[in-house]
Design a protein around this ligand. Structure first.
Ligand code: NAP
Length: 291
């Protein structure tokens, strides 16, 4: 990867639009063939304003792509057993093809138990142990949406992964850990960094591909970025600020995702694609996955 004076931008908005268009086309085919549209069930516990907004955004996008959504709102005081009961019912309902449990759920709820009540074939948000293991083994299954979106971005920009050193800063179960697993599955050499990592800058400086998934504004400085590196900024902090200091990083990277307009739009696009894929699979239509 040659060093450039100013990195090219990886346009997640445009790529996400194309992915949504292809998902919408597949949703239309499913509706035409079966008389019913693919259906995503969204489950929201409580009234956290950010979660309410996220669910609304996801349902709006579904509607625009010809995917119906069934919304279940549960009170904040819902118990683990009640939530597991709701998710089990949705998992058994043949009219529901994908299930999204908006998280975080309340601290009194066993979130893992709730996720595990989602049938693997409906786990379009990639949150179950089944999906996580499939990602780890490189087997077919649904991926976590943000990591899946990141891989699609890298592929869309023809970024070679095999043999490259990918450094992932962050190890959360929905983002850092799975994106590292997906990169490893594509033959990158992966280093994970986290809050206990010694000499973080030293690791970051070695990255051919740097994935920032920290949740701290402008945490990674351009001075630590290897000239010519590909920089994926998954961070989304208040004020539309990423985890990478964009201006200084852009002077050294070859490609970089902007915030907003990079990784963010890909997350919902992957959710929609996986929902129509889940529907086609459950309905036995033999249609190829949205790519
Ligand atoms: P998270 O669960 O809070 O995880 C943050 C990770 O960063 C943890 O692994 C933590 O390490 C690590 N970390 C924190 N401080 C650090 C430090 N000083 N040095 C090194 N590592 C440090 O966050 P997340 O859910 O993965 O989200 C990360 C960011 O991505 C946030 O900005 C979030 O808004 C964004 N995000 C965006 C999307 C999207 O659709 N674009 C989706 C999900 C998340 P420990 O494990 O050691 O605590």
């Amino acid at each position: 990867m040659p060093a450039t004076s100013t990195a090219g931008l990886m346009d997640g908005t445009a790529l996400a639009r194309r992915l949504v268009e292809r998902s919408a086309a597949k949703a239309a085919t499913i509706t035409e063939r079966t008389g019913a549209a693919p259906c995503l069930a969204t489950v929201l516990v409580g009234e956290d304003p950010a979660s309410v907004t996220y669910v609304r955004m996801k349902r709006n996008r579904c509607a625009k792509a010809g995917i119906t959504s069934r919304h279940v709102e549960l009170p904040a005081a819902t118990t683990t057993a009640e939530l597991v009961g709701t998710l089990t019912e949705l998992s058994r309902d043949p009219g529901v093809h994908g299930i999204l449990l908006q998280h975080p759920v309340g601290a009194h709820i066993d979130e893992r138990a709730a996720f595990e009540a989602i049938a693997p074939e409906k786990d379009v948000d990639g949150v179950t142990m089944h999906s996580f293991a499939a990602m780890g083994f490189g087997l077919p299954g649904f991926v976590s949406c943000t990591p899946g979106g990141i891989l699609r971005l890298l592929d869309a920009y023809d970024v070679p992964l095999a043999g490259k050193h990918a450094v992932v800063v962050g190890r959360s179960p929905i983002l850092g850990k799975p994106v590292g697993m997906l990169l490893l599955g594509r033959d990158a050499t992966v280093t994970y960094c986290h809050s206990r990592t010694a000499d973080l800058s030293g690791h970051v400086r070695q990255a051919d591909i740097l994935v920032a998934a920290v949740g701290r504004p402008r945490f990674l400085a351009g001075a630590d970025i290897k000239p010519g590196a590909v920089v994926i900024d998954a961070g989304y902090n208040p004020g539309n600020v990423g985890d990478v200091d964009f201006d200084s990083a852009r002077e050294r990277a070859s490609l970089i995702t902007p915030v907003p307009g990079g990784v963010g739009p890909m997350t919902i696009a992957v959710l929609l694609a996986q929902t129509v894929d889940a529907a086609a699979e459950q309905l036995g239509l033999g249609l190829p996955p949205v790519n």
